[in-house]
Design a protein around this ligand. Structure first.
Ligand code: LMR
Length: 409
């Protein structure tokens, strides 16, 4: 009977969103969930999404049939090209298998479920997924739900508010041979700190020596630098090095298609004579996992993304929209930093402009975060992460002053 079911804690991000909505104070600021907002703190429908949506609605042949188990083929193929590059050798060699998923979460889940079911490393110890510490709050429960142990590698240095590269490399080096290492492809969530290219090459080197299995989570392509190819650089470096790897790709943030749940999972086989056969077998098992869990993925968001990805004109318009979003976020980083400089807020705040992507890891502690919420109606996660997209020209000064006040207490 249900008496034995314990109460679960509220989801940290969706709980925060609900609390913000309930708050009736006119000065309230939402720096919680990672969703883009415009300068009026409103959700932004990308003009290119609006254009694709209009075209889609005019299509007289549009129906509501099931998609195949693996999703919309045009969408999957375009997603491969987006993440691996148009001229990717892996695509040409036909050693990539892709399935449309319930956004990035579904793709992380599908990859984790696949590992749980089929991964047979030499030592049982290696059958675990290593996540950065910290990582996106949901990684932990997605992985645990498929009965895999979560292990961690150090990532963030509290002192420098940058990457703890030595700690990261040492942990990856000492992980049991053949461990699965989950890596954020760009715009690390929650820290906003990414390895440099030089550091990525060193990470790849150690992972190759230890025969580790890379699993990339890519939820912010186009959001970190504003350039789609720059943000996929790390993934492509690993692919070029001949790794067998998996990629979880989300279109929530870069298309603003949060509620449509459009994403893609890719398995890339290492170059070999058997690679095509391997991806066919892997694909057949992924299809069974997918069918038993979601049957087949939802059509609408994938149709919109596919239309944009497969049309040169719409694609350029999308790149423009991406620059609008990443540009506004960068300008908010600068604005916040300069307000803190003006206020002579105690501490060093360079990391605000050095970190990239949707988030900044401010370094504020849980108590300060609590005060910001109680006194100033500012909502952010307890770990001190702020979604930069929640700042705008109207509230950045208010937030800087609030932050200044709690730091001085
Ligand atoms: C976030 O970290 O705020 C986003 O990725 C939203 C989510 O699903 O948690």
């Amino acid at each position: 009977n249900a008496d034995v079911v314990p109460q679960a804690p509220e989801d940290p991000l969706f709980g925060l969103m609900a609390a913000y909505r309930k708050d009736t104070d006119s000065k309230k600021v939402d720096l919680g969930i990672g969703a883009y907002r415009d300068d009026n703190a409103k959700p932004w429908v990308l003009p290119v999404v609006k254009a694709a949506d209009d075209l889609l609605r005019k299509d007289p042949d549009l129906n509501h049939e099931y998609l195949p188990i693996g999703g919309l083929a045009d969408f999957n193929f375009a997603s491969q090209k987006l993440i691996l590059g148009k001229d990717s050798a892996a695509i040409q060699d036909k050693r990539v298998i892709s399935l449309q998923t319930i956004s990035g979460t579904g793709a992380v889940h599908l990859g984790s479920a696949f590992i749980s079911r089929f991964y047979n490393p030499q030592s049982a110890e290696a059958k675990a997924i290593y996540c950065s510490s910290p990582t996106w709050a949901n990684h932990n429960q997605i992985i645990t739900n498929v009965h895999l142990p979560v292990k961690t590698y150090p990532y963030f240095s509290k002192e420098t508010k940058g990457l703890d590269f030595d700690g990261m490399i040492k942990a990856i080096e000492s992980a049991a041979e053949g461990s699965v290492i989950l890596l954020h492809a760009c715009a690390h969530n929650p820290t906003g700190v990414d390895p440099t290219r030089d550091q990525w090459t060193k990470i790849a080197h150690v992972m190759r020596q230890k025969r580790h299995f890379p699993f990339f989570d890519c939820a912010y392509q186009g959001f970190a630098s504003g350039s789609l190819s720059t943000d996929a650089w790390a993934i492509n470096y690993f692919v070029d090095q001949g790794f067998e790897l998996m990629i979880a790709q989300s279109y929530a943030k870069n298309f603003g298609l949060y509620g449509e749940r459009a994403g893609c999972f890719h398995f890339v086989a290492a170059p070999s004579a058997n690679a095509q056969d391997e991806v066919a077998r892997v694909g057949s098992q992924l299809a069974i996992l997918q069918r038993s869990e979601i049957s087949n993925p939802p059509a609408y968001g994938a149709r919109i993304a596919s239309m944009v990805l497969n049309d040169d004109k719409l694609f350029s318009q999308w790149e423009e929209d991406l620059r609008t979003m990443s540009g506004r976020i960068i300008s908010m980083r600068k604005a916040l930093k300069s307000k803190l400089d003006e206020l002579e807020t105690p501490g060093k705040w360079d990391h605000i402009t050095e970190q990239i992507g949707m988030f900044s890891f401010t370094g504020l502690n849980e108590q300060q975060v609590g005060k910001l919420r109680e006194k100033f109606h500012v909502y952010m996660t307890k770990n001190g992460r702020i979604s930069m997209a929640g700042l705008n020209t109207k509230n950045v000064e208010y937030f800087a002053k609030a932050l200044d006040s709690v730091v001085r207490e």
